[in-house]
Ligand binder design. Structure first.
Ligand code: ASP
Ligand code: MG
Length: 406
C-alpha cells in the first residue's frame, strides 16, 4: 500500500463542479489501495480578493490579522472536498494547519514550516480516512495562524509528503507539466518527462511559475519525488527528481526568460578599490535585489562604468539609494532601461560539457541580437537582451539546442 499526497491548485478547485472532479480523482487513488492526503489551495481568485480587502481596511494591515483573513480561502475548499468525498462513500475529514499541527517560525505573511506532527493524521489515514489538508496554513510560536507566502500550498504539500514519508507527491495544476520553454511563445516546446530538482529550481526562479520555489528546495532537501500534472486531463506529467533517476540527460533541459528586469548603468564611477562594495552595500541594506552585474574596464584606469539589473519594483528604491550616495560615490550619471529581458538556458549537462555558452552566443549573433550582460552559474547561462527580441531569441535557442518537438 502506497502513501500519496495529492495537491490541487486554485483553478482545479475553482468551482463546485471542479471540486467534485477532484473528489473523483481522489476516489480513484483510494480505490487503487492507497492511503491519501489531499492538500488544497483556495478557489482561484479568492486569495487575491482577501488580500485586497485587507488592503482596503488599512494601508499597513496588522500581519497577524492579515493571516487570519487570507488563510480562510483554504478552509472553504477543504470542507467542501471532505463533503464531496463523503458523498462518494469515502471516509474523509478536513484538517486546518493548526489542527495537525503544522508549526512555522511565525513570520506572518511569509512563514516557514519548522515541523509537522503527523501522528494524529497518520493514524486517521491508516484507519482508512482521507485527510484533506488546508494548504498555505501553519501555526506560529504565538499560537496564531500564519501563512506561507503566495503559492505556499505547494510547499505545504511537499512538506507534508516529507513528514508522512509519502511515496509520491502529485501536484495537480492547470498546466500538464513542465515544458522546455514557454509553450505560448514557442509552439514547438516539449513537455519534459523528468527534470532534476536543481534544474527545476532554476526554471522556477527565472519565470516558469508552476511551483513555488520553496517547495522545490524542500523537495530537493528531503528527496521527495514530485510529479506535476493536469487536473483536467489523464496524461502523465513531469517528474521532478534526483539526477540519478534521469537516464538520458539532455545538455540543455529548458530555456527560461524573465521580463521583470531593469538595467541600471552608472557612468564614470571613480575606479578605486572598494567601489563595488560602496555601491552594492547600500543597495543590499535597502533590500534591493541585484541580479546580473558587469563592470567595464575603464579607458584611462581612472573611471569605470557599472551595469547591473534589478526587478521593476525595486528600481525606484535603487534610484533613491544611489542618488543619495552620489556625492560619496562620485559617478557622473545614472541611467536605466526597463525594456530588457533575461534569457537563460539551463541544464545539468553543462557541468560536464563545454561549448554550451558558445552555442548561445553564436545563435544570438546569427539573429543579430546584441548581448548586453552575461552571467553564468554551474548549470545556467543567462544573457540580457532587448525585450523586443524575446520571442526570436527563445525560438532560435530552442531550435539550436535540439529541443524542438518533432
Ligand atoms: N491560496 C494561496 C495563494 O493564492 C496559496 C496557494 O494557492 O498556493 O497564494
Ligand atoms: Mg500555485
Amino acid at each position: 500500500m502506497a502513501r500519496i499526497v495529492m495537491k490541487f491548485g486554485g483553478t482545479s478547485v475553482g468551482d463546485i463542479d471542479r471540486i467534485k472532479n477532484v473528489a473523483n480523482r481522489v476516489k480513484r487513488e483510494v480505490d487503487a489501495g492507497n492511503q491519501v492526503a489531499v492538500v488544497l489551495s483556495a478557489m482561484s481568485g479568492v486569495t487575491n480578493q482577501l488580500v485586497a480587502w485587507c488592503n482596503q481596511m488599512a494601508k499597513l494591515p496588522d500581519p497577524r490579522e492579515y493571516d487570519t483573513v487570507v488563510a480562510t480561502g483554504e478552509q472553504v475548499t477543504i470542507g467542501l472536498l471532505a463533503i464531496g468525498l463523503q458523498e462518494l462513500g469515502l471516509e474523509a475529514r478536513s484538517w486546518c494547519g493548526w489542527q495537525i499541527p503544522i508549526r512555522s517560525n511565525g513570520v506572518h505573511g511569509k512563514a516557514r514550516i519548522e515541523s509537522i506532527d503527523t501522528a494524529r493524521m497518520s493514524a486517521a489515514m491508516a484507519a482508512g480516512q482521507v485527510a484533506v489538508v488546508a494548504g498555505f496554513q501553519a501555526v506560529g510560536p504565538d499560537e496564531r495562524i500564519s501563512t506561507l507566502g503566495r503559492g505556499g500550498s505547494d510547499t505545504s504539500a511537499v512538506a507534508l509528503a516529507a513528514a508522512l514519508g509519502a511515496d509520491r507527491c502529485d501536484i495537480y495544476t492547470d498546466v500538464d507539466g513542465i515544458y522546455t520553454t514557454d509553450p505560448r511563445i514557442v509552439t514547438k516546446a516539449r513537455k519534459l518527462h523528468r527534470i532534476t530538482y536543481e534544474e527545476m529550481l532554476e526554471l522556477a526562479s527565472v519565470g516558469a511559475k508552476v511551483l513555488q520555489t520553496r517547495s522545490v528546495e524542500m523537495a530537493m532537501k528531503h528527496r521527495v519525488r514530485v510529479q506535476v500534472l493536469s487536473s483536467f486531463e489523464d496524461k502523465p506529467g513531469t517528474l521532478v527528481c534526483d539526477e540519478d533517476e534521469i537516464v538520458e540527460k539532455e545538455l540543455v533541459s529548458g530555456i527560461a526568460y524573465s521580463r521583470d528586469e531593469t538595467k541600471v548603468t552608472l557612468t564614470r564611477v571613480p575606479d578605486r578599490p572598494g567601489v563595488a562594495a560602496s555601491i552594492f552595500g547600500p543597495l543590499a541594506e535597502a533590500s534591493v535585489n541585484v541580479d546580473m552585474i558587469v563592470q567595464n574596464v575603464s579607458e584611462d584606469g581612472r573611471f569605470t562604468d557599472l551595469t547591473f539589473t534589478v526587478s521593476h519594483s525595486d528600481l525606484e528604491r535603487a534610484r533613491e539609494v544611489l542618488n543619495a550616495a552620489k556625492p560619496d560615490l562620485g559617478f557622473e550619471a545614472l541611467s536605466d532601461d526597463p525594456a530588457v529581458v533575461k534569457v537563460s538556458v539551463i541544464g545539468v549537462g553543462m557541468r560536464s560539457h563545454a561549448g554550451i555558452a558558445q552555442k548561445m552566443f553564436q545563435t544570438l549573433a546569427e539573429e543579430g541580437i546584441n548581448i548586453q550582460v552575461i552571467s553564468t552559474s554551474e548549470i545556467k547561462i543567462s544573457v540580457l537582451i532587448a525585450e523586443k527580441y524575446t520571442e526570436l531569441a527563445l525560438r532560435a535557442l530552442h531550435t539550436a539546442y535540439g529541443l524542438d518537438a518533432a
